[in-house]
Design a protein around this ligand. Structure first.
Ligand SMILES: *[C@@H]1O[C@H](CO)[C@@H](O)[C@H](O)[C@H]1NC(C)=O
Ligand SMILES: *[C@@H]1O[C@H](CO)[C@@H](O)[C@H](O)[C@H]1NC(C)=O
Length: 809
């Protein structure tokens, strides 16, 4: 300290010879560089410098300059760094003294050091880091670190540059102390999703020549904010499942993306449907977005579902999408068969092609699964055809016949075309109702029946039987005797036929000898409308009874005259005396006659041929034999019991008439017998004649009467069709017909003009026909009542037409 003070004083002392020299040098000159020629500038001789032991005095400052005494110049001794010597002080100069001795002199030297731009601006840290939220508003300022430049003046820091300027711009603020605040201003909003890291360079430049600069890296980390909503990968999703899919089947997976990160990107999914049941049927996994089937789907109920799915992040930003789920049909419905209309009964005469049933099918499945085809069994006379979609009609395809099949069970089977196909069937019964299409049929086309003559009237001879394949009324057979005549007599006077039983009765007693056989026709008629009939011939054969004794034709038994056969006495054995001739009107065995000798004057003389009735001698006639021989021959038939007749044969055994006459006049009782016989014969003839005439008169009267009646009453000869009116038969549900029918008949020439009334019993209008007397029933048909007015009996009466039937086999 003291030393310094002394020096200071010295300096002041040496002020006597003060010389002042200034030099200017740039800093950082190499060592040994020339600074100034001090000898010349101070006007000193080099020798003086040497003798004066010139030296540089810097005090305690560092020595940057050295004095070269030989040449009297100043040279750089050490590196001169302005910034180190003066820092920011300007101007910067080195002040030192050159001191000489003998005499003591000193000279002040000032070396000004001029700045050289040797320092670049510099940042303390190599980099700057910022974390800035993407939601930061523009205009926000971020203060940056300043750079330092050791140079001064022009060479000092002049300005900053920031690059790139996409988001930030630079703002410099001058401060009172001359410093600057460097700020980075957010100019455009950040978007983490676009760029989550920014790298900027801040460059500081000075004004030196050449310009130097320094730079620093600015790293900006953009922080996420929940500024992005989730976004579905598709706006519409489409999927399809079979309707029979089990629950748990994965239908589809939706997914949404959130551009944010972390919790801002955590998405949960949700089905929003609330109006329909879709949210019951489908469940979504909240985290994965997988949609699964949770209920049952039914194509027939709903074919498509629309789900509204929402994805939301934790920041309650949402997006939604639509999911369309098609339900695929499976063949899960059997066709339903619906009988729309059906007839339970059809008549057997319907035309082929008649519709009997219409059915309708319904299968809710789609396409092939819902296409239905129906069939019926093959072995029935029906076919099924489709008229239009799902409508089928069953029609008859051939003629029906109740008599072969009276009912059909029609089974309709309907199946769809799905794989596998489903089917259902329905069976219904169709009754075939009867039509009178079968006539009664007799078992045989002709019959023969036998009856023994002399029967009692009313005897039943025989039963005819006809069957009718139809049903009920149409099969109710009545038997009618057809009018015909036998030997000119109506057949009805021989036989009658019971209408409902077919029993044929004899009306009279038959005599084989009068009629041996006859035939007639029986008609069987059913109760249909119109009725059908068939006929058949019955031949009645009358059998003989042995009711007639043999009749002796020869010898004739005359009452008055005496007849005798002559046998000459010379007659030989076997002489044919005579032959008894007899007949029997019966037939067969009953007419087979045998002859026997019953009584004889001499049994040993004659015999009678059993078969032929020949009377022959059986021995030689002798003279002893009486002239008068009387033989009684009995003629018997072979009937059971047999009938017989006797004849007396007189034989005269003589050779001459006188002999004979004398012998035979002895029979007075014979004469008496003959007289009686004559009387009876005359009486009988008279009676017979009377009866004959009476009968003739009666028959003629009856014939005339009938002829007149028919002329008046039955002008027209319409054939009658025996007939049961349906109304009439309906009331007779019992299946039997009454034995006697009473019919009221209106007789008129013109049926349309008739004015007669019913109910006038006892008048001429009433005909009562008794089947027991006619053998048949005459029925009256009222055509009008059937065709027009079945419920008006008065009308019927007014329009009645009467007719009889005349039919012959
Ligand atoms: C129809 O079916 C019924 C009941 O199954 C049966 O009694 C009847 O005999 C059947 N008819 C025919 C014609 O097959
Ligand atoms: C009866 O039968 C014959 C032939 O068999 C026929 O010509 C006639 O028309 C039939 N009569 C009736 C009423 O059926």
């Amino acid at each position: 300290m003291i030393d310094q003070h002394i020096q200071h004083v010295l300096m002041i002392l040496m002020m006597v010879n003060i010389g002042q020299v200034s030099y200017s040098i740039p800093e950082e000159m190499p060592v040994g560089s020339f600074v100034g020629d001090i000898a010349q500038d101070l006007g000193l001789d080099v020798k003086r410098l040497k003798s004066g032991k010139a030296r540089i005095y810097t005090g305690d400052s560092a020595e940057y300059i050295v004095l070269e005494k030989e040449k009297g110049v100043l040279l750089i001794k050490n590196r001169v760094d302005r910034e180190a010597i003066c820092a920011e002080t300007a101007p910067c100069a080195l002040n030192f003294q050159v001191i000489l001795e003998n005499p003591m002199e000193f000279y002040s030297i000032t070396v000004e050091i001029t700045d050289v731009n040797d320092n670049a601006p510099m940042f303390k840290r190599g980099e700057m880091k910022f974390k800035i939220s993407e939601s930061t508003v523009t205009g926000t300022a971020f203060v940056l670190e300043q750079a330092i430049d050791l140079d001064v003046g022009k060479n000092d820091l002049q300005s900053y540059l920031l690059y790139p300027t996409d988001n930030f711009i630079l703002k410099l603020q001058n401060q009172a102390d001359g410093g600057k605040i460097v700020e980075m201003i957010l100019d455009k909003p950040l978007d983490r999703e676009k760029k989550d890291r920014l790298s900027l360079v801040l460059t500081a430049v000075d004004g030196g020549e050449p310009q130097l600069s320094g730079s620093v890296q600015i790293h900006v980390n953009v922080l996420d904010s929940n500024d992005n909503a989730p976004v579905f990968t598709q706006k519409v999703y489409k999927s399809s499942i079979r309707e029979d899919s089990p629950t748990g089947t994965v239908v589809i997976k939706v997914s949404a993306m959130d551009a944010d990160e972390g919790s801002n990107a955590k998405i949960s999914y949700e089905i929003l449907n609330s109006v329909d049941d879709a949210s019951e049927i489908f469940k979504i996994n909240r985290e994965t977005g997988e949609i699964k089937l949770a209920g049952n789907t039914d194509y027939e109920r709903k074919r498509q579902y629309q789900l509204h799915v929402q994805a939301g992040d934790t920041g309650s930003l949402i997006d939604s999408c639509k999911v369309t789920i098609e339900i695929i049909d499976t063949n899960d419905n059997t066709p339903a068969i619906n009988i729309m209309s059906k007839s339970t009964v059809v008549t057997e005469d319907v035309q082929p092609g008649t519709v009997v049933t219409i059915i309708n099918t319904l299968d809710p499945d789609s396409a092939e699964n819902g296409k239905v085809q129906c069939t019926i069994q093959r072995d029935i006379p029906f076919s099924i055809s489709t008229t239009s979609n799902n409508f089928f009609s069953i029609v008859t395809d051939s003629q029906l016949d109740r008599e072969t099949e009276s009912a059909y069970n029609i089974t309709v089977t309907c199946s769809d075309e799905g794989v596998p196909s489903l089917s259902s069937s329905v069976t219904f019964t169709l009754q075939i109702s009867d039509v009178n299409d079968n006539a009664p049929v007799f078992e045989r086309s002709s019959y023969e029946a036998y009856i023994v003559e002399n029967n009692t009237p009313g005897l039943s001879i025989f039963t005819v039987k006809a069957t009718d394949a139809d049903w009920n009324q149409n099969a109710r057979v009545s038997y009618i005797l057809e009018e015909s005549s036998v030997n000119g007599v109506p057949v009805s006077s021989y036989v009658s036929v019971s209408a409902d039983s077919g029993v044929i009765h004899a009306v009279r007693s038959f005599d084989y000898e009068q009629i041996k056989d006859f035939q007639f026709c029986v008609k069987a008629q059913d109760g249909g409308s119109p009725p059908l009939s068939s006929n058949m011939t019955v031949k009645i054969l009358i059998q003989d009874q042995n009711d007639n004794p043999p009749q002796i034709l020869y010898p004739v038994q005359t009452g008055g005259s005496m007849v005798a056969e002559m046998v000459p006495r010379s007659a030989d054995v076997g002489y044919l005396v005579t032959k008894v001739v007899a007949v029997d009107v019966d037939s067969g065995q009953n007419a087979w006659l045998s002859y026997k000798l019953q009584k004889a004057t001499d049994r040993a003389l004659f015999e009678v041929g059993l078969q032929n009735g020949e009377i022959r001698t059986i021995r030689q006639v002798t003279d002893k034999d009486a002239v008068k021989q009387r033989l009684t021959v009995i003629v018997e038939d072979n009937g059971q019991p047999s009938r017989s007749a006797t004849v007396i044969v007189n034989v005269a055994v003589a050779d001459s008439f006188p002999e004979v006459l004398s012998e035979f006049s002895e029979f007075p009782h014979d004469k008496e017998y003959n007289d009686n016989l004559t009387f009876y014969l005359v009486l009988a003839l008279a009676v017979v004649s009377f009866l004959f005439i009476t009968c003739l008169v009666v028959i003629i009267s009856v014939k005339i009467y009938r002829w007149r009646q028919s002329r008046i009453l039955y002008h027209s000869s319409l054939p009658v069709i025996p007939y049961y009116p349906p109304r009439y038969s309906d009331t007779l549900g019992t299946g039997t017909l009454p034995h006697v029918y009473n019919y009221e008949v209106c007789r008129t020439n013109d049926s349309r003009k008739s004015d007669c009334k019913f109910g006038r019993a006892g008048s001429q209008n009433v005909l009562i026909m008794d089947p027991s007397s006619t053998g048949t029933m005459q029925r009256i048909q009222n055509e009008k009542s059937i065709l027009d007015e079945p419920h008006s009996p008065v009308e019927v009466g007014q329009r009645a037409a009467l007719s009889f039937s005349y039919s012959h086999c």
